[in-house]
Design a protein around this ligand. Sequence first.
Ligand code: ARG
Length: 569
Amino acid sequence: MDFRMSIASEIASALEKAFNDTSLTPESIAQMMEVPPDTAMGDYAFPCFRLAKVLRKAPPMIADALKAAIDAPFLKEVQSVKGYLNFFINRATYAAEILRAVREQGENYGGGNEGEGKTICLDYSSINIAKRFHIGHLSTTMIGNALYRMYSFLGYKCVGINHLGDYGTQFGKMIAAYKLWGKKEEIEQGGVDAMVSLYVKFDQEAQKDESLNDLGRAWFKKIEDGDEEALEIFNWFKSVTLKDAERVYNMLGVKFDSYAGESFYIDKMAPVLDELREKNLLVESDGAQMVDLKDYNMPPCLLLRSDGASLYHTRDLAAAFYRKNTYDFEKCLYVVAYQQDLHFKQLFKVIELMGHDWVKGMEHVSFGMISYEGQALSTRKGHVVYLDDLLTRAVEKARAIMDEKSPDLEDKDAAAKVVGIGSVIFFVLYNNRIKDIDFSWDRALNFDGETGPYVQYTHARSCSVLRKAGECDAQPDYEALSGVDAQNVIRILEQFPATVREAVDRNEPSMVTRYSVGLAQAFNKFYYESRILDDDMAARAAKLELTRAARQTIATALNLIGVEAPERM
Ligand code: ARG
C-alpha cells in the first residue's frame, strides 16, 4: 500500500466534497505532502497554504474543513494544526504493509525494471598506461562502480568502460627507453614502477641529448602506423599496467565490460572529421583544425594539430559516436573530475552542433578533488598515495581494531578485508560527489561515526540477533511495532525505493551511502530501546521481522555502493 498516494486521494476527494474544487490531482497533492520530522506530529502532513489563494480562505479554515470531510479506515487520526493537516496512519497496518514488501521482494526490495531495454554507458576509472594507480583515481572508480550497480538495480543494462589513457608521444619515448636500457625481466617483475623509472631516465638523458626526443617521436609514429615491433612492446606495457590495476580492481570489487581506450579510436576518427567538414564546422587556423565555440563562450575545440596529430578531444569525439553506434545508449556518463568540466562541455557542444540530439543523453558526472590527511596530492612533488598501499593499510588497521574489539572472532582476516576496504569506499562515497574530500584514517575507520564500519557493524549485529532468535513461528503482532523507534525504522525502510531512484536521477551514490547511515542509526535506536527477544512471542515475531527487513535493506544499500556486508565482525 502506498500511503502517500492513498492519503493524497483522500485529500483530493475531500477537496471536492468540501470546496467543490478539482484543480489538484492526487499526484500533485502527493508531491505537496510532507513527512514531519517527528512522528509525534503525524506520519504525513499536508500544508494548506498554497490552497488559500485559490479557495480564498484562511489555511486553518481549509484544514478544518478537509479534516471533517476525510474518513478512511487506514487513518487512525487526522489533526488540523495551524494550517497543516497531520495524518496519523494506523501504525500496525503501516508496519505490516512495509515489512511485507521487504519480505516478499527480499534483495530486490528498492529495485525495479523501469530501465528494461535501456542501455547506460559508464566511463569510469579510465586509468593511464604506465602510471601507478593512485588515490586520485579512487573517486571515479568507486562512483562509477556504484552507479553501475544502481542503474543495474533498476533494470538498465550497463556497459562499464575503462577508457584507458593509452595514447600519446610519451609511449614512443617509453619504447625508445626500453630499447636502449630496458630489460624484460625488470619490467615483468617491477611492473609499472619499472616502466616509470625508464621514463624518468629517458627524460633526464634527453635533456643532455636532444636527439633522443626524435627517437621517441619516431617510435610513436611507428605505433601510429601499426609497426609490428612497436605495437608488440606497447601492448606488453599495457598488459603489465593492467595486471597491476587488476589487483586493485579485485580488492575493490570493480569490473569493466570494455577496456577500449584512447588508442582504440585511432582508426575511427576520420569519418567523424569528415562529417564535421561536410557540415562546415571545421575551421583552420595555422594549419590546425578546430570547431569554433566563440558563440558559446568557450575556447575552440582543437581536433587536429598542424602536423595532423589527433588530440584528447578527437579521440573522445570518435568514442562518443562509437558508443552510440555500438550500444545505442540511453545515457552515456563520464565519471571524471571537475578539472575536465570544460573538456566535456566542449565535446557535448560539438556533437550538438553536428545536429545529433542523442547528445542529450551524455552527461559529465563531475566530482571533487581528494587530498590525504590534509595534504594535497602532487605527482611532481612526489606526494602520491598509491591505491594498493592505501588498501593494504586499511586492512591492517581494521585488523588491529578487530583484535582489540572482537578478539574471539573466527575469520578475522576475512572480516578485516571487508571492513578495511569497505571503510575506504564508504568514505569516498559519503559526501556529495562535487565536494572535495580529505581522506583521514580516523574518520574513515571510526566505528561510532557515520562510517562504513558503523553500518557494517549494525548489519553484523542484526545478523547476530537473528541467529540468537532461531526459529519463531508465532503470528506477528504488528501492534508491537507502533512505538516511535520501530516506526522510524519502518518509515526509513519505506523511503528506500524513492531514495534509490533519486540517487540514480542525480547520479549521486552518496544519497544511498547516507541512507544506509540513517537506517543503521534508526535500527540501533530500536535495538537499544526495545527488547527484540520479547517474551511475548507474537511481539517477538514482529520485531524479528523488522530486524530482518532492516538487515536486508542495509545489505542492499551497501551492495549498491560496492561495500560488502559482513555477517560477523
Ligand atoms: N585518462 C583520463 C585521466 O586520467 C580520464 C579519461 C576520462 N574519460 C574520457 N572519456 N575522457 O584524466
